[in-house]
Write a protein that binds this ligand. Structure first.
Ligand SMILES: [Zn+2]
Ligand SMILES: [Zn+2]
Length: 398
C-alpha cells in the first residue's frame, strides 16, 4: 500500500539529569531505559508518516481501536522541573498507543497466523502484545519473554497505534477470530483493545500469583483497568469473595460490575478491619497490589495476613512503583505467606487464554467508557493527568 497517514507523536528533549550515564541499551539522543532521568518538556504533535510495508516475517495492521494507558499519560506528563513522569523504556519521537486491535491488510511471506498455523491471508481481526521480545536472549530462550534483555515496546520506543496502519512482527500478533461469535460490529475491536491490559492482570494473578482454587477469597487493591481486569479473572477462576479496595467511586462501581463482590473504600474505613469483617476473620488467599502505592497499602495487607486465619496467602506486586514496602519477615514466616512480583503480559499462554475467556463471556467492553477520534487523543491523554473518572478512553479509527 502507498500513501500517508497521521500519527499522534510524542516529542521530548534529550536532556539527561546530572550524573546520568548511558546504559548498555541506551542510544544517545534517541532511546533510554530510564525515561524520567532523561526526557524533558514532552509535547504532542500530529505528524504525517508513510504507510509502512511488511518485511518477510511482519504484518501490516489497519488499526481499529486503541485504549489510552496510564503510561501514555505518564510519558506526556512533566514534573515541575520538566522531566517526564514515566521511568521506563522510551525513545522519542514516537507514535504512542499500545492497547490496540485491527485487521491484517498485508503480510510478509513467512508471517504465520498462530490460530491456523498457516500464513496470514489478510482480513483477520487481531491484537498484539506490546512487548516485542527478541526470542534470542537468554530469558527469551528460557521461556521468560516478559524479561527480555533486548526488548522493544510498541508505543514507547517503536511507533504505536495512534495512527491508521502499523507494522509488527507476526510472532506477537494474536487472532481475535474467536470473538466474532459474541461481539458484534466494532465491539470485537473494543474487546480486542482490552486484551493487553487484561493479560497483564492474568499474568499477575494466574501465572505469577499461582492462581487460586475455587472458593478462595481475594483482595484487589486499586481499581484501575488492571485491577478491574483482575477482579473479572479471579471471579471467573472461582473466587468466593472478590474484594476491591478503591477510593474513586466510578472505578469501584466498574470493578463491582465486572467481577468484584465487595467494595472497601480505604479513604473512609479501615482497610484491614473491613476485609476481616467481610471474610469473617479469615483474611484472603491472594492480595493484588495494583495501586502503585505499596508503601501506603502494604501495612493494611500485612495486618490482614497477621490477624486473619488464612495461611499461605500470596501478595502479588503488580503496579510499578519506585517505593520500598515495609515488610515484616516474621509475618511471612508465621503465616506461611509470600510476596511475588509480576511484570508484563507475554508468554505462558496469557494472550490466547484471555481471548478465549472473552469469547466465552468475560466481557470487558464496559471498561471502555469513552470513545474518541485521532484528533481528540492529545487533549484526552492530557485530561487524564488530573481526571480519573473515565475507566478507559478508546480511540476508534474511522
Ligand atoms: Zn499499557
Ligand atoms: Zn529477548
Amino acid at each position: 500500500m502507498k500513501g500517508t497517514m497521521q500519527g499522534v507523536t510524542l516529542i521530548a528533549d534529550w536532556d539527561p539529569k546530572p550524573g546520568f550515564k548511558l546504559g548498555s541499551k541506551d542510544i544517545e539522543g534517541r532511546q533510554t531505559y530510564l525515561g524520567s532521568q532523561v526526557w524533558r518538556h514532552p509535547r504532542f504533535e500530529i505528524r504525517e508518516y508513510d504507510i509502512p510495508t511488511p518485511g518477510p516475517e511482519q504484518v501490516v495492521i489497519e488499526i481499529k481501536a486503541c485504549g489510552i494507558c496510564g503510561s501514555d499519560v505518564h510519558m506526556s506528563q512533566a514534573e515541575k522541573d520538566g522531566y517526564i513522569f514515566y521511568p521506563g523504556l522510551t525513545g522519542f519521537p514516537s507514535i504512542l498507543g499500545h492497547e490496540f486491535s485491527g485487521v491484517i491488510v498485508e503480510a510478509g511471506k513467512n508471517a504465520r497466523d498462530k490460530r491456523t498455523n498457516k500464513p496470514f491471508k489478510g482480513g483477520e481481526p487481531v491484537t498484539s502484545e506490546e512487548m516485542l521480545w527478541c526470542g534470542q536472549c537468554k530469558p527469551c530462550a528460557d521461556g521468560q519473554p516478559n524479561h527480555c534483555e533486548q526488548l522493544d515496546e510498541v508505543g514507547f520506543n517503536v511507533n504505536g497505534a495512534y495512527t491508521k496502519y502499523m507494522v509488527l512482527p507476526s510472532r506477537t500478533v494474536w487472532s481475535l477470530e474467536p470473538l466474532r461469535q459474541r461481539y458484534k460490529g466494532d465491539d470485537i475491536f473494543v474487546a480486542g483493545s482490552l486484551v493487553e491490559p487484561t493479560s497483564v492482570a492474568y499474568n499477575a494473578a494466574i501465572e505469577r500469583g499461582g492462581g487460586i482454587r475455587p472458593g478462595d477469597r481475594v483482595v484487589v487493591l486499586g481499581g484501575g483497568p488492571v485491577g478491574i481486569a483482575a477482579c473479572a479473572i479471579l471471579k471467573r477462576a472461582g473466587a468466593s469473595k472478590v474484594i476491591i479496595s478503591e477510593t474513586q467511586p466510578e472505578r469501584a462501581a466498574m470493578a463491582l460490575k465486572l467481577g468484584a463482590d465487595y467494595h472497601v473504600n480505604p479513604a473512609r474505613e479501615d482497610f484491614a478491619d473491613r476485609v476481616l469483617e467481610i471474610t469473617d476473620g479469615m483474611g484472603a488467599d491472594m492480595f493484588m497490589e495494583a495501586t502503585g502505592l505499596p508503601e501506603v497499602v502494604y501495612p493494611g495487607i500485612e495486618r490482614v495476613i497477621w490477624e486473619g486465619r488464612t495461611l499461605l496467602s500470596t501478595v502479588v506486586v503488580t503496579a510499578r512503583a519506585e517505593a520500598k514496602m515495609p515488610v515484616m519477615g516474621e509475618v511471612l514466616q508465621v503465616r506461611k505467606a509470600r510476596i511475588v512480583g509480576a511484570q508484563g503480559h507475554s508468554g505462558h499462554g496469557n494472550f490466547p487464554r484471555v481471548i478465549d475467556c472473552m469469547a466465552s463471556g468475560m466481557d470487558m467492553t464496559p471498561m471502555s467508557t469513552k470513545k474518541i477520534s485521532l484528533e481528540e487523543l492529545p487533549e484526552n491523554i492530557i485530561k487524564l493527568q488530573t481526571d480519573r473518572s473515565e475507566c478507559k478512553v478508546t480511540y476508534i479509527a474511522n
